[in-house]
Design a protein around this ligand. Structure first.
Ligand code: AMP
Length: 398
């Protein structure tokens, strides 16, 4: 399968699915342009290669209604600023208006189509709508990892009309490569750090990666279900009693597969779920009533660091404490620091899925790890071992 750098785009009209679902403030100004910046290499490859770039995206959830609050026109000036060139806007994403706009575009030009989700057919994965989109171009690139887990018209269904004429954009290719490096080709020892509040939301990931990793560090709120299941006293810590049996089963499976599970040995507990709470360090299996474990303790932090520094491949999903509160952020910062140091020493590190990405950005580790995923739900589904429909469609049609 050809990568984007191997394709000659001269005189081609290229339909590019980007993820421009950016946050807007009350004045409809873009407050974070990361997703636009992330798509720039792919768009540049097309226009610098002499092609016409036709950009399509969704913005928010207009639910099939033409709601001006969700118009992509609001982001046009930001897109122009990031891409460093004039971008034409089409008020329609399909039909004669869109076709005329494409026809009027010069080689090297960029067109931004109106919000795909103004048509309910987009999220329904409607084939006729996908065909209409396909009629605008002779090549298709999917560069929207954030929606690759959706079988929508523009992310999946449209690919069938571009047999032999489609490829991944460079952002999507990087995401796929990062997942491959952890899940299939990762150098051992491989360590996964799983945190967050609940076991129930991570169970499929845990089961899938037990076959791939050597070490699993379990932290955050979900650790207490494991500790209580083993007979520990967890005070007022968060716990899913109905998942205790499952926790024991996971520990059994891990043992059978030779995976070392690292649960916290000590915790920083608070007498209140608040940044101003009084704090005390307890052994993780002897937390007194009236106290709840909200961060990993000093021994646990030391141990996690040792495991991480000895790892060659690292996956991080979920904070190991209530990092949003300064008082309980040290354990999560320790994980970030340790991954940064391991990465510096040559390990490959991927941070993906939800709150660990927020933590990495908040504490400034973003450029000290190998890769930070741009897609929350899409990354979680990849870690669960699912084949994302948007990715499968390109593999099938390229
Ligand atoms: P999740 O969305 O499941 O990845 O969970 C992320 C959330 O888990 C963050 O907002 C953390 O504040 C929270 N969290 C982490 N550790 C704990 C804990 N020990 N008790 C309660 N919540 C926690």
């Amino acid at each position: 399968m050809k990568s984007i750098s191997e394709i000659d785009f001269s005189n081609k009209t290229v339909l590019i699915r980007v993820d421009f679902n950016v946050p807007l403030n009350e004045d409809k100004k873009v407050t974070d342009n990361n997703r636009i910046t992330a798509a720039k290499p792919t768009i540049d490859a097309v226009v610098k290669g002499g092609g016409k770039a036709v950009l399509m995206s969704h913005l928010g959830r207009p639910n099939g209604e033409r709601n001006p609050d969700f118009s992509l026109k609001h982001i046009l000036s930001e897109v122009e600023a990031v891409l460093g060139q004039n971008v034409v806007f089409s008020e329609e994403c399909v039909g004669a208006t869109a076709k005329d706009a494409v026809d009027s575009l010069a080689a090297g030009g960029i067109l931004l189509l109106e919000n795909l989700r103004f048509h309910k057919e987009e999220t329904a994965g409607d084939e006729a709508f996908a065909k209409e989109l396909s009629e605008l171009a002779d090549f298709y690139i999917n560069d929207a990892f954030g929606t690759a887990h959706r079988a929508h018209a523009s992310t999946t269904v449209v690919a069938q009309f571009f047999k032999g004429n489609c490829c991944f954009g460079s952002l999507l290719a990087k995401e796929i490569d990062a997942i491959e490096k952890v899940m299939r080709t990762g150098e051992k020892p491989i360590t996964a750090i799983l945190g967050g509040s609940k076991v129930s939301s991570k169970i499929t990931i845990i089961e899938n990666i037990l076959d791939k990793v050597d070490h699993m560090i379990i932290g955050g709120g979900m650790a207490y279900t494991f500790i209580k299941a083993q007979g520990g006293s967890i005070g007022n810590s968060i716990c899913e009693d109905d998942k205790m049996e499952l926790a024991l089963e996971i520990l059994k499976q891990a043992k059978a597969k030779g995976v070392q599970i690292h649960l916290p040995v000590d915790v920083v507990a608070g007498d209140d779920f608040s940044n101003d709470a009084n704090t005390r360090v307890f052994p993780s299996n002897a937390i007194e009533e009236g106290w709840e474990g909200l961060d990993s303790g000093p021994e646990t932090q030391k141990h996690s660091r040792e495991v991480l520094l000895a790892s060659k491949t690292i996956l991080w999903n979920g904070p190991v404490g209530v990092f949003e509160m300064d008082t309980f952020s040290k354990g999560t910062i320790n994980i970030g620091n340790s991954i940064a140091d391991a990465t510096k020493a040559g390990a490959f590190s991927l941070v993906g899925g939800g709150d660990s990405v927020a933590a990495v950005k908040q504490f400034g580790f973003e450029h000290k790890v190998s890769y930070v995923s741009t897609g929350g739900g899409a990354m979680l589904e990849s870690l669960e071992g699912r084949t994302l429909p948007g990715i499968a469609a390109i593999y099938e049609m390229a």
